[in-house]
Design a protein around this ligand. Sequence first.
Ligand SMILES: *Cc1c(COP(=O)(O)O)cnc(C)c1O
Length: 379
Amino acid sequence: MIRLTRPSIDEEDLHAVRDVLSSGYLVQGERVGAFERAVADYVGVPHAVAVSSCTAALHLSLISLDIRPGDLVLVAAYSFVATANVIELCGARPLFVDIEPDGFNLDPNRLEDILIDLMASRETADRVKAILPVHTFGRMADMRAITRIAARYELPVIEDGACSLGARLDGRQCGTWGKAGCFSFHPRKAVTTGEGGMIVTSDSNLARRIKALRNHGQDPDLPWPEFIMPGFNYRMTEFQAALGLTQMGKLDRIISARRRLASRYDELLKDSPVRVPARAPGNDPVYQSYVVLLPEEAASHRKEIIARLRDQGIETTIGTWNMPLTSYYRTRYGYTEKNFPVASRIFRQALTLPLYENLGESEQDMIVDRLISLLNTPA
Ligand SMILES: *Cc1c(COP(=O)(O)O)cnc(C)c1O
């Protein structure tokens, strides 16, 4: 089976994890701090805080901004449900923003329209607290426009960069545009710690609050336990951090391989009926996923296409979720597809193809051949 993804784990990674396991110190040692410094240096920010997942990273970012019941948070409609769930779990309401027709990310024009409406009424203006754009599939959202709009209304931006460690826009790293950036080290992402997440920020007070919140509310700067707020246990283990450290050493190599394979897919699919991921000047994606858009007619039987490819030894899947149309949000807030026309269409058409560092060119040729011949056969 050609898998959708495979982590790049080698002997060095295995040794690093084995060393920690045999040391007997599995939590709260030196590895977590070293991994945090490695990510902070890579991204180019003063602070990085490791947590148990990107979901935890997003959750703590919102809590540390004091997002409360009744607040409103603007969020991209097309993402993994974790992005909206953390808002809902703060008691706030996610206000979903439709995505760009050419790309998978929050549309700044829609964001602006919604904010103009919200700010027109005192009642809603007071409740809007943050903007949560997502850098979907490893490609940066239009942060130039989003941060400009956010600044106009003095709203903090939290970047969901779960898929996008190493992505850049105008040479500037993902995670450095907003008040805080969140990353995931789940095995579906380019580098992994099994489960794991990281928050990066330039704001030392925010970093301090997040460090307390991940560790039962304990003051991170005191050598003895002093509990200064209620907190969680969202800590990362030492063996995950050891793995994270060796993985960070491979990140640039892995990103180059992914970019090379993505360009090769672009080339192979250039005259086919599918649409390859958009490219834009100044936007350097890391291709966490290589997602194509099927023609409308083929999209209506995407399920069978995925099943047939699986029968032929190729694992593919949908893109990500049209969050407002998942059962919970649809039922709770009464959304229909008409509210999110672009995300609804992209949700139907998206197909993720296998992509990982050691995917072979002959495997790639086979994937494209099989996909195109399926599209040419009537259902
Ligand atoms: C993977 C992902 C998450 C969740 O990350 P975890 O580390 O699995 O909690 C959140 N947002 C997006 C966009 C993701 O792709």
